[in-house]
Design a protein around this ligand. Sequence first.
Ligand code: FAD
Length: 289
Amino acid sequence: MKIIDIINQDRPTLSFEVFPPKKDTDFADVEAAACSIAAYKPDYMSVTYGAGGSTKGHTIRLAKEIQEKYNVPTIAHLTCVCADKETIRKALTEMKDAGIENILALRGDVPKNYEGEVFTDFVHASELVRLIKETGDFCVGGACYPEVHPDSANKKADIEGLKKKVEAGCEYLTTQMFFDNTIFFNFMYRLRTAGVMVPVIPGIMPITKRVQVKNAVKLSGCNVPERFKSIVDAFGDTEAAMRQAGIAYATDQIIDLMANGVKHVHVYSMNKPDVAYGIQKNLSEILKA
Ligand code: FAD
């Protein structure tokens, strides 16, 4: 099923994300975690793509399995950095053959120590979106950044980039993680004022370990509110307490988003079935309301 059809239904949705392993030998563990999450029957699941296409086979295999075994629609991520059109067309054929109908089209980041040519046929995700739309009947999503993508000169330029992605055929956007909902609401205001009207799904990352905060900031440059810093200071050294507090914080963010008109939320569940379960359980009645 196409993600755009799922989010166009008039009901709240919750989706989860998993990431494939880098090594073949780790596939069974990741598969078990992804299947446990799929068994909770989220509205859909996304499967990420390793830097520079390093996990292509695993991304497709995992997405296919989740769909076939659990009947949960999946969206496979696909990046175009360090790839040429030929490689992307091949990936699209493999995705189609695997029954994948949804693709999150991304530029990606250059892998560490990469020595080949970076921007061969693609410079921006919008070019990948266009190629996917020309190639097959896929629903195409894209990424957006409420705190502005680091390559953008400013907020205005950032939105101009998103506009081009939407004009190329991107049907909806999923945000980078954020820990302060005000940042998301302000971003939505800027986006709608600029005429970008596609659905935007906030991406929420439950932080359940102290080390994740550092990684999240390094990865996305996101702002960490004082309220969350206090939680990490108080509970970061006690695994179970930090997990409970992190799930509660993410739940609180989601409830606030839904109370303010947001219908669809994507959770960066990071191959953690207990985290996915905790969030889903906390929202069980809210998702029915
Ligand atoms: P783009 O949309 O190309 O944007 C990059 C920069 O170019 C921005 O500054 C933008 O404003 C500008 N820009 C965009 N289009 C144009 C244009 N036409 N003209 C001029 N400027 C333009 N990475 C992975 O490797 N694998 C994943 O699975 C993955 N999943 C992700 C999922 C989400 C929801 C998010 C938010 C990010 C994900 N990433 C993933 C990270 C992402 O690849 C990086 O953030 C990357 O740096 C940018 O990718 P993009 O698709 O947003 O790029």
